[in-house]
Design a protein around this ligand. Structure first.
Ligand code: NAG
Ligand code: NAG
Ligand code: NAG
Ligand code: NAG
Ligand code: NAG
Ligand code: NAG
Ligand code: NAG
Ligand code: NAG
Length: 383
């Protein structure tokens, strides 16, 4: 008993995760970056943004919204070259992974620039085929916010204990999505370099999300603190989250069992404009105010989206890589989903009828150790 107790104490300091045996399933990097994504190809009918998520053909034509730059990095941007006249929307991009990833998967983005500016609402996030069977917002905020805000959205019953060990600040502990709830369980990153102009000024950084049976873990590392096992040049290094320290955001399975609340996740990178979050006047005014008393409800749109687009010069992701590792060796493909997107977004539960392929998990040689770590982690969470 004594040894179990002391192991539990260690686990309580640094949450143990099933880190052993990660296999690289997808490396979006360099000239391969724009493969294995679906471009949404429709206006933003998910969050009421004043944006058109263009098709791949439009994104790759002038003015290019997705391309590989001279440094070999992927650019995903808002159109800052076109004049938009009232009442039209402005072109931007929403990418969703073709494959999905379940418990035991780790996805990581290394970026040197994130989109920001008044009306700009970027996100690097994931969701199940059917909403709200689990949504993880790894990176998200709006307008000229200073730090990242993480969140989960789930069926009702998933919560976050105030005791959850994380460096971020828990600002809402209820992840459910009943009629009175829309924002999910939010955590504000403590690091001022996690978003906006400061992110780029610090050389960018890395966002990592681990979906494990012990919980959902999100780490942010500013450039100077990126762990050596997440290097840009070595996709074949084996990441070890147990060495990464306390996560920025942590949602333990003790009050939100991941196996109950999270179906396989599709990874999404998108930028919308105004809409339910960035365009809400009481949100907009926090960093882009003051708002004149006579202002129309579409003030965010009329002030930013229409016009020549010069206020979107900073509204782009510049990404060195997005990688997915898992403790199994095959990703899941959906069958019968529409090429425009699969996911339903956060305003509707009509995510379609995508099914799983009969991917057979191949157990790694570290499976026995991984299982042991999982048991120890579970004991720690109950302690
Ligand atoms: C796309 O996904 C498939 C299936 O996982 C994989 O074999 C292939 O290497 C991926 N393509 C690129 C360019 O990453
Ligand atoms: C959004 O538009 C697409 C394409 O027309 C459609 O398939 C999808 O059902 C729409 N989603 C919502 C939530 O209206
Ligand atoms: C694919 O789906 C199966 C069954 O749901 C799951 O066990 C497996 O972990 C998934 N694969 C990945 C890479 O998430
Ligand atoms: C992978 O990790 C998940 C979640 O932590 C766990 O449920 C599953 O048993 C693991 N699979 C293998 C092959 O280790
Ligand atoms: C923003 O608007 C809300 C609602 O009108 C108001 O309560 C708040 O004080 C305003 N905030 C700022 C910073 O102007
Ligand atoms: C774009 O519009 C802004 C605001 O109206 C103006 O200040 C700027 O000079 C314009 N830029 C160009 C290149 O026309
Ligand atoms: C758009 O912004 C980029 C910087 O992100 C800048 O290099 C480019 O000149 C801008 N395009 C126009 C047409 O102003
Ligand atoms: C694809 O989308 C169309 C239009 O929204 C819908 O009628 C159709 O059922 C969808 N197909 C599948 C396989 O989801």
């Amino acid at each position: 008993m004594k040894s179990v107790a002391s192991l539990a104490l260690v686990a309580a300091t640094v949450p143990l995760v099933r880190a052993a045996g990660f296999n690289l399933l997808q490396n979006w990097q360099g000239s391969d970056f724009f493969n294995n994504w679906s471009y949404y190809g429709n206006y933003d009918n998910l969050t009421n943004g004043d944006a058109v998520f263009v098709t791949q053909a439009v994104a790759e034509a002038q003015p290019q919204l997705t391309f590989i730059n001279g440094a070999g990095n992927a650019i995903v941007r808002v159109d800052n070259a076109s004049t938009v006249v009232y009442p039209n929307k402005r072109n931007t991009v929403r990418l969703q992974s073709v494959e999905s990833y379940g418990l035991g998967s780790l996805w990581v983005m290394d970026a040197v620039h994130l989109p920001y500016g008044c009306s700009v609402w970027p996100a690097f996030w994931s969701q199940a085929a059917k909403w709200p069977e689990g949504e993880i917002d790894t990176l998200e905020n709006v307008n000229l916010a200073l730090t990242n805000q993480m969140a989960l959205h789930t069926e009702d019953g998933c919560t976050v204990p105030s005791s959850a060990l994380m460096t971020g600040t828990l600002t809402d502990d209820d992840c459910g999505t009943d009629a009175t709830k829309t924002q999910g369980c939010t955590v504000t990153d403590a690091n001022q370099d996690s978003y906006g102009a400061a992110f780029a000024a610090a050389g960018g950084g890395v966002y990592a999300t681990l979906l494990a049976d012990t919980g959902v873990y999100i780490w942010f590392f500013s450039r100077a603190n990126v762990p050596s096992d997440l290097s840009v040049s070595n996709p074949n290094s084996s990441p070890n989250p147990d060495g990464w320290g306390e996560p920025s955001g942590y949602y333990p399975s003790s009050t939100c069992p991941t196996s109950t609340f999270f179906e396989d996740q599709f990874i999404i990178l998108d930028i919308t404009l105004c809409g339910d979050f960035a365009g809400a006047l009481d949100v907009y005014n926090q960093t882009c105010g003051p708002i004149p008393t006579e202002a129309p409800t579409n003030y965010c749109y009329t002030t930013n989206v229409i016009g020549n687009g010069s206020n979107y010069d900073a509204a782009y992701f510049e990404v060195q890589y997005i990688r997915v590792w898992s403790n199994v060796t095959t990703a899941n493909t959906t069958t019968g989903s529409n090429s425009t997107g699969g996911g339903s977004g956060s305003s509707s539960g009509s995510g379609g009828t995508s099914g799983k392929s009969s991917a057979i998990p191949i157990f790694t040689k570290s499976a026995a150790l991984a299982a042991l770590l999982g048991i120890v982690g579970a004991v720690a969470l109950l302690a």
